[in-house]
Write a protein that binds this ligand. Structure first.
Ligand SMILES: Cc1cc2nc3c(=O)[nH]c(=O)nc-3n(C[C@H](O)[C@H](O)[C@H](O)COP(=O)(O)O)c2cc1C
Length: 190
């Protein structure tokens, strides 16, 4: 069975550029891996009562189960107010509990950030990395992926246009696959 790389886009917007990037990555997977988009659309806002009392919402259990099937992760994040959009931070929080059963532990990741602006969501990219350190998600350092002017990258059907950004993304995916295949990462915590 192929290892699965979950692609998580930090936006729920219908015409989201992050979601379009997630779709574009599907065709960049090598034969030996399955790239799979994981939707964050149904996850409720985390409430610690989910774990302290009976009655975990079905969508929470479903997301945690889906993430358990995933061996590595590519995060595609836009930026909200110089940080990670709440939907993505919420997914991290939901997946990190119950305590000792985090779905993130030791899964190799990459962070691809994007924005219509020139700053490329640098703030979100690095805020996300801060949480990933604590969650023991070994995150690829190079190449860093900051995509500016993301609104100019797609054609009318929402497909990624041919060109230097597409070429760079394929190189970044290839580097991530190498990172994933190192398989040196340990589960420090349970
Ligand atoms: C609440 C809010 C805050 C935003 N803050 C930033 C920001 O800090 N930096 C930035 O580059 N873009 C910011 N934007 C613009 C987003 O980059 C833009 O809406 C982008 O298309 C969102 O990503 P998506 O296309 O994947 O939905 C913000 C948008 C919203 C709605």
């Amino acid at each position: 069975m192929k290892n699965v790389i979950g692609i998580l886009a930090g936006s729920l917007r219908r015409e989201s550029y992050s979601k379009k990037l997630a779709n574009a990555l599907l065709s960049m997977a090598p034969d030996e891996l399955e790239f799979r988009i994981i939707s964050l659309a149904d996850i409720p806002i985390y409430n610690q009562d989910f774990d302290d009392h009976p009655g975990v919402p079905k969508a929470v259990t479903a997301f945690r189960k889906e993430m358990e099937q995933v061996d590595g992760i590519i995060f595609i994040t836009p930026e909200y107010n110089r940080s990670v959009p709440a939907v993505l931070k919420n997914a991290l929080d939901v997946g990190s509990r119950p305590y000792g059963k985090s779905v993130w532990n030791a899964k190799p990741a990459a962070v691809f950030s994007n924005s219509p602006s020139n700053l490329s969501a640098f703030g979100a990219n690095h805020h996300l990395r801060q949480s990933l350190v604590f969650l023991n998600v070994p995150t690829m350092q190079q190449p860093e992926v900051y995509l500016p002017k993301v609104n100019e990258l797609f054609d009318e059907s929402g497909n990624l246009k041919e060109g230097s950004t597409k070429d760079f993304l394929q190189k970044a995916v290839n580097a991530y696959v190498e990172w994933f295949n190192k398989k040196i990462f340990k589960r420090w915590k349970n």
